[in-house]
Design a binder for this molecule. Structure first.
Ligand code: BEZ
Ligand code: FE2
Length: 405
């Protein structure tokens, strides 16, 4: 079945366009005036959106931890190390409490904010069932963790089991199996390299947390600081298993999505850029855990904007995240920033996750989010800004040409 959707504005790679419509099945067939499309597809179903609507490609949240969706007040916010301590203390209870119903509700929150694809970071595999059922496309990042050489083989074995299970998901579930390395301080370099090799061998998307906090930097650089006490207390070790350079080199020949990078210096960011990597920027998570601000205005590598999990956030609504980004990055002119943020959660994010979406362009998947503005924008250059400021939930969502909202 072919559909033709009409909106006052369409967000295209050439900017916001008026007087256009989009013909689509599960993919985008053609973009032209309504009259031309009607003549070409006389039997198409016509979808007339409400007044003041903007048709966007479906939004993409590249980094979320659904398993921690039960957290409201258990985890300590404000500073990274007290937060990490609280994760160790409450992890079991939080993950135990997080049933499918809670995770379904959070997938729905994302859907209602226009998220048609998300990257789920999974430490236990608990969210696989919900991710198979949810209408969204899910890049399922099986996470590897374990810095202690003694347990490394066992943890790697468990990780590979989860990778295999996610690889055997039905094509119809829209799941892409993928690999996540927890972080430089928590993964032993030997199993890290093995996991990177698996990603390469099967061309799986790869991501890792990197230089999130000052404590992480101090530990990796000097073997000192707050993480030292943490490792002595919980792991009976007092030296880091790797350093910043060695960790970055492990990803040299495989483009990887590095989450946070708030404490990365100019040279490290340039190195990541040169190797074709990308960043997941999580503004609320960084603020809530006292990690600092990623200077997005000086980045020379592509980045997405992501919510992280409810373990370090208050909602998985992508518009809440974009509004926070507008406030956090007060250095950047607001109109320009609004456009950059929309680009980050569409075009950039799709390229990063390797999904054929993120652009309203012929041949792309028909994943759309329709935003209804409160009135006709007076100036076209402000559409992205008004979309971010005035949207709590989108009006319509299409994934693979199917309407879900
Ligand atoms: C580790 O295995 O080293 C680790 C696990 C969880 C948090 C931090 C470190
Ligand atoms: Fe995260």
């Amino acid at each position: 079945m072919t559909h033709i959707i009409i909106a006052d504005y369409i967000y295209t790679p050439e900017g916001f366009q008026e007087n256009l419509a989009v013909a689509f099945t599960h993919i985008i067939k053609e973009i032209d005036t309504l009259d031309i499309l009607k003549a070409k597809y006389p039997h198409a179903n016509i979808i007339q959106t409400a007044e003041h609507c903007v048709l966007y490609p479906g939004f993409i949240n590249t980094h979320v931890h659904l398993e921690f969706s039960a957290n409201k007040t258990a985890l300590k916010y404000g500073s990274f190390m007290p937060w990490l301590d609280s994760v160790i203390e409450h992890r079991e209870a939080l993950v135990g409490k997080c049933d499918n119903e809670i995770m379904r509700r959070e997938c729905d929150t994302m859907l209602r904010s226009g998220i048609t694809t998300f990257g789920a970071i999974s430490s236990f595999g608990n969210e696989l069932e919900v991710c198979e059922e949810t209408p969204q496309r899910v890049v399922f990042f099986n996470e590897l963790i374990g810095s202690n050489a003694q347990y490394a083989d066992m943890l790697y074995g468990d990780f590979m089991e989860r990778v295999k299970v996610s690889m055997s998901c039905q094509k119809s579930s829209r799941i892409t199996p993928a690999i996540a390395i927890h972080s430089p301080y928590s993964v032993h370099p030997i199993i890290l390299q093995k996991a990177v090799n698996v990603a390469k061998e099967h061309t799986l998307p790869l991501c890792t947390h990197f230089l999130e906090s000052q404590a992480e930097r101090e530990w990796l650089e000097h073997g000192k600081g707050e993480l030292k006490g943490f490792f002595e207390k919980y792991f009976k070790t007092s030296t880091p298993v790797t350093n910043i350079q060695e960790f970055m080199y492990a990803f040299d020949r495989y483009p990887t999505h590095f989450t946070h990078c708030v404490q990365a210096n100019k040279a490290e960011l340039e190195y990541l850029a040169q190797k074709g990597h990308s960043i997941a920027h999580c503004p609320r998570s960084n603020r809530y855990l006292g990690c600092g601000r990623l200077a997005i205005e000086t980045l020379s590598l592509p980045y997405s904007v992501a919510t992280d999990g409810l373990s370090s956030n208050d909602s998985l609504n992508i518009f809440d995240e974009l509004r926070a980004a507008l406030m956090l990055h007060h250095q950047v002119p607001i109109e320009k920033l609004a456009n950059t943020l929309i680009n980050a959660i569409t075009t950039n994010a799709a390229e990063i996750l390797g999904i054929n979406s993120g652009k309203i362009e012929v041949g792309k998947l028909a994943d759309f989010a329709v935003v209804t503005l409160p009135e006709m924008p007076k100036r076209k250059e402000e559409i992205a800004l008004w979309s971010i400021l005035h949207t709590k939930e989108v009006s319509e969502v299409y994934i693979g040409g199917e309407k879900y909202i």
